[in-house]
Design a protein around this ligand. Structure first.
Ligand SMILES: Cc1cc2nc3c(=O)[nH]c(=O)nc-3n(C[C@H](O)[C@H](O)[C@H](O)COP(=O)(O)OP(=O)(O)OC[C@H]3O[C@@H](n4cnc5c(N)ncnc54)[C@H](O)[C@@H]3O)c2cc1C
Length: 324
């Protein structure tokens, strides 16, 4: 049974949509967007042609319509009832560019893959970006998640972030404005990042190449990167590794329906066949329960869960979460 009705929402937006140059898709499949390849529909997906097109759309979108932005879906779990309202997915044409903008500075559009920044930095002898080589997300996702690995993180490299708010107003934010902490920014969830400027430092190309190779080799060995996954399921609690807590609680390889905690890296959840959003989220809560019972620690989701449940298939937060 369909929980969202994209055609109805599109019709309610009226004639204003005729001036848009981007693509509007009612009832868009989120299975095709997310790395998990699971979950329900986006009620209405908008892929803006460029920043002006995004601004025009936001100005005609009634304030009561929920708005969600996604990147390339490498950190998303979409619930089976779908995502009500509009899902904005930036187009590669309008938001995918990466270019040098000064000594050791790189400007990247928000849908640009992290890997492309790493490659551009290497080609130009700019150090500090090799960690991006192994993260499969986009720059928008990296800015929102403060993505990081191998001792590097987005917060260290960002100089300025350009964004659009829910009303279609443009903003420029400094690194300080972003208020970064571990896998978190304090800025409003309503902001859509459009592009950002990053700064590195001079470094030998051969050194950067070696760093990137090491990042790739390490990932191929310890992460299930060829599986349908959402990356790290839970954040590392202060002073602990999430994978170790999960392992110690006996959850390595634990399954629920088509979902499993990877045997290779047990903080990675994988879709081993036809997992639903329910299978994945329920498994996550089972793991939280067991880790809490075993170690007294409440794991916090790193994966972003979006949308609504199918009736009768709700997932309740685990018992120990009552005080969250
Ligand atoms: C195999 C694998 C390995 C991974 N390894 C790492 C790792 O080492 N380190 C790490 O940090 N992460 C890792 N991840 C997780 C993921 O790649 C990062 O969190 C990434 O930054 C998410 O980017 P995305 O484009 O996929 O965002 P999505 O998953 O699409 O979205 C994630 C969040 O970002 C928001 N967002 C996306 N674009 C924008 C935008 N333009 N404006 C505002 N908000 C936006 C979304 O609303 C959502 O809240 C891994 C994932 C996988 C599948």
């Amino acid at each position: 049974m369909k929980q969202v009705d994209g055609e109805k929402l599109l019709a309610s937006l009226g004639e204003g949509v005729n001036q848009l140059r981007g693509r509007l898709t009612p009832d868009a499949s989120m299975e095709r967007v997310t790395w998990f390849q699971a979950g329900g529909l986006a009620e209405l997906m908008f892929q803006p042609h460029d920043v002006d097109d995004l601004v025009t759309f936001l100005k005609i979108l009634p304030p009561e319509v929920p708005l969600t932005v996604v990147g390339v879906g490498s950190n998303l779990l979409v619930r089976d009832g779908g995502i009500p309202g509009v899902v904005v997915r930036l187009s590669a044409k309008g938001f995918g560019q990466v270019e040098l903008v000064g000594e050791n500075r790189i400007r990247a559009g928000a849908i640009c893959p992290d890997k492309h920044i790493a490659a551009m930095a290497m080609d130009n002898g700019i150090g500090g970006f090799a960690f991006y080589y192994g993260i499969p997300g986009s720059i928008g996702g990296a800015l929102r998640m403060n993505a990081g690995a191998n001792g590097g993180e987005t917060a260290q490299r960002v100089v300025e972030v350009h964004a659009v708010d829910r009303q279609g107003n443009l903003h420029v934010l400094s690194r300080e404005d972003m208020g970064y902490s571990y896998r978190h920014t304090k800025v409003s969830k309503d902001l859509i990042f459009t592009h950002a400027v990053f700064e590195g430092y001079p470094e030998e190309r051969a050194t950067i190449r070696a760093e990137m190779d090491a990042v790739r080799q390490h990932r191929e060995t310890v992460q299930p990167i060829k599986e349908k996954t959402g990356g790290s399921t839970f954040k590392n609690p202060e002073g602990h590794s999430a994978w170790k807590l999960i392992d110690d609680a006996g959850c390595r390889g634990l399954m629920n329906g088509g979902a499993q905690m990877s045997s290779l890296h047990c903080n990675f959840m994988i879709n081993i066949g036809h997992a639903t959003g329910y299978d994945l989220e329920y498994l996550g809560e089972m793991v939280r329960q067991r880790v809490f019972e075993h170690a007294g620690i409440k794991l916090e989701w790193e994966i972003k869960r979006l949308g609504i449940f199918m009736p009768g298939r709700e997932v309740k937060p685990f018992q120990g979460a009552a005080t969250e």
